[in-house]
Design a protein around this ligand. Structure first.
Ligand SMILES: Cc1ncc(COP(=O)(O)O)c(C=O)c1O
Length: 395
């Protein structure tokens, strides 16, 4: 039976993890894999999560199914976290999913039921798993201009000009914050313009929010979505709690649907639940249970927010340090963009030869194209070694 299969290529990031593990060089540096790391190179369990786990362990009385939509308290918590005090939250429905990927998968399958003729437009570049998920659902995909590869900023004029040509036959994927892989953020005024275009021309916004709290603040990182909410009739959001709660392997995410009316949102909800039923049926409970307990227990929430702020500050400080060191070493502003980017990633725009040289000659592991995870740099020694390696392969 299976001999009919063609072998599939290994995922490049997973391949990179394997190569890094096998590398015996003691000074090796991992800026490839997209998980947060602390000063010791660990991806720790947050203290608030540990405390919540203990409480759940002591009080949980059943492992019966949680239901197709998951825990409704968790769903409401996610609506509140993303939309804050917005006054038309009655048009939003949320469904608990296995991770952000689960939300992307369900939303795409749901949308395909009613919008199979639409094209999904993603930013150039976008996260490597976006197009595979959309194609798997059946959608045609295209990309709109996003990153200026010279300045490493967003080509907002070109992007908006492309979006102004889109309409009722299109779905536009936007990164809510902390763009992966580029690190370059849309300005608040560009979000306003995107929202105006969507409202005027009828393209459908599809937002991926995987890093809320990793950029500027919990509220600021959701501001783009809130701007859209002010102006468009309907949209969807795929949210992930993998990064901001450090719950990667617990698979916690949420699919959110905004309808023109509460009734329209109910229709979307009932359809997405049918999609869930025919795929994995019920979502896993543990991670969403933790998020719900943390967010609704004032002491745990305060501790989580403090820990999240600490993680964000580590990222921001590493960005500044990396830019400072590179400016000093090169006597140029070439790498200053690293400080201005947000989230864990920056796309350095390197050739294949350059990323290979980083790996083979300097034991620095970056993703193809030169995507680095700044949180992978452990200490000053690694920061310096990374800067020297980068200068060596780019000069
Ligand atoms: C842009 C983006 N979206 C979605 C996800 C999905 O995350 P998960 O399925 O682990 O929650 C990720 C994870 O790396 C991501 O970077």
């Amino acid at each position: 039976m299976f001999s009919k299969f063609e072998p599939t290529p290994e995922d490049p990031i997973i391949k990179l993890v394997g190569l890094f593990k096998k590398d015996p060089r003691p000074n090796k540096i991992d800026v490839g894999i997209g998980v947060f790391k602390d000063n010791d190179g660990n991806t720790p369990i947050m203290e608030s999560v540990r405390l919540a786990e203990t409480r759940i362990h002591e009080t949980q009385t059943t492992k019966a199914y949680v239901g197709l939509a998951g825990d409704e308290n968790f769903n409401q918590t996610m609506i509140d976290l993303i939309f804050g005090e917005h006054d038309s939250k009655d048009r939003i429905r949320a469904v608990q999913t296995p991770g952000g990927c689960g939300a992307l998968r369900l939303l795409s399958d749901m949308l395909f039921r009613i919008a199979s003729e639409r094209t999904i437009w993603g930013s150039d570049p976008t996260w490597g798993n976006h197009y595979p998920v959309f194609r798997q659902a059946g959608f045609n995909v295209e990309s709109y201009p996003y990153l200026n590869r010279e300045t490493k900023t967003v080509k907002e004029d070109e992007m908006l000009s492309k979006l102004s040509q889109l309409g009722q036959n299109d779905i536009v994927l936007l990164h809510g914050c902390c763009h992966n892989p580029s690190g370059a953020e849309l300005s608040p005024s560009a979000w306003e313009e995107v929202a105006d275009l969507a409202a005027k021309n009828g393209f459908f916004p599809y937002v991926d929010l995987a890093y809320q709290g990793f950029g500027n603040s919990l509220d600021q990182d959701a501001q783009g979505i809130r701007t859209l909410m002010d102006k468009v009739e309907s949209m969807v959001i795929a949210a992930s709690c993998s990064k901001n709660f450090g719950l990667y392997r617990e698979r916690v995410g949420c699919a959110l649907m905004v309808g023109k009316t509460p009734g329209e949102a109910d229709l979307a909800r009932s359809n997405i639940l049918t999609v869930a039923r025919s795929s994995y049926s019920m979502p896993p409970d543990h991670g969403a249970g933790l998020v719900n307990l943390i967010m609704n227990t004032p002491s745990l929430r305060a501790s989580w927010e403090a820990e999240l702020t600490e993680m964000r500050n580590r990222i921001l400080s590493l960005r500044k340090q990396a830019s400072d060191v590179l400016r000093e070493k090169t006597n140029s502003e070439r790498w200053d963009f690293i400080e201005h980017h947000r989230g864990m990633f920056s796309l350095l725009v390197l050739s294949e030869e350059q990323t290979n040289a980083l790996m083979h000659e300097h034991a620095v592991y970056a993703v193809a194209g030169g995507r680095i995870n700044i949180a992978g740099l452990r200490n000053d020694e690694q920061l310096n070694a990374f800067a020297d390696a980068l200068i060596s392969v780019t000069s």
